[in-house]
Ligand binder design. Structure first.
Ligand SMILES: CC(C)(COP(=O)(O)OP(=O)(O)OC[C@H]1O[C@@H](n2cnc3c(N)ncnc32)[C@H](O)[C@@H]1OP(=O)(O)O)[C@@H](O)C(=O)NCCC(=O)NCCS
Length: 183
């Protein structure tokens, strides 16, 4: 368990899968993700079996959010791939339960993932890809210290037109400097 104040990150369990199926079939959730076709419980089970074969540090994590007194499963996140020689990792996040959008949970999840990546996994660079129209996500990433590092022009086709994909990254030294500034 990676414990924050209002969010915690834990291993995905088989019982979580039906919720993922519902969320990833929701066009509003899928809008920010690369998946673009309807998916079934069987597809999700196949994904889960694949996850169990991944190195542990690269498995998806379930996001639980604190709603009143209750921890509620609301999404997933994690390192999609890690290059141990260069000490860099790509992160991803999806809060599938839309009741929990816009309440600061995504920001706290990204802060926890950065802390996990830099302080536990000992990475030097953490980066992500985000579609240029995903303004809410970009706001979160900037707020926690990611900088725009590049723009893949017309990389993504969505709703009848091409959109750019942004590459955003944060270095360990930027993250440390920001934390020292806060303290
Ligand atoms: C992106 C995501 C993780 C953000 O999580 P969240 O819990 O809503 O994030 P937060 O509440 O911490 O912050 C979101 C901010 O963006 C703002 N926002 C949301 N939609 C916006 C939009 N269309 N334009 C501008 N700002 C927007 C919110 O008001 C909020 O800002 P505020 O805190 O200043 O009010 C979540 O919406 C999500 O999982 N979406 C579906 C999957 C996805 O797109 N994942 C990202 C793939 S790169």
């Amino acid at each position: 368990m990676i414990q924050g104040e209002r969010v915690r990150l834990r291993a995905v369990e088989r019982e979580d899968l039906p919720r993922f199926v519902a969320w990833f079939n929701d066009p509003e959730v899928r809008r920010g993700l690369t998946s673009h076709l309807p998916m079934s419980q069987a597809d999700e089970e196949k994904w889960y079996e694949g996850q169990l074969r991944q190195p542990p540090a690269e498995r998806a994590l379930a996001i639980d959010v604190l709603d009143g007194e209750q921890w509620v499963h609301a999404g997933s996140c994690g390192f999609l791939g890690i290059n141990w020689k260069d000490r860099r990792g790509e992160v991803g996040i999806s809060i599938g339960d839309k009741r929990y959008w816009g309440k600061g949970y995504g920001t706290e999840v990204m802060r926890l993932l950065l802390q996990h990546g830099f302080e536990t996994l000992n990475l030097n660079r953490i980066y992500l890809r985000v579609f240029a129209y995903n303004e809410g996500a970009i706001k979160v990433y900037r707020r926690v210290g990611f900088q725009e590092e590049g723009r893949l022009r017309e990389d993504h086709y969505f709703e009848g037109r091409y959109w750019d994909t942004l590459i955003m990254g944060i270095l360990r030294r930027d993250w440390q400097a920001a934390r020292e500034g806060e303290g």
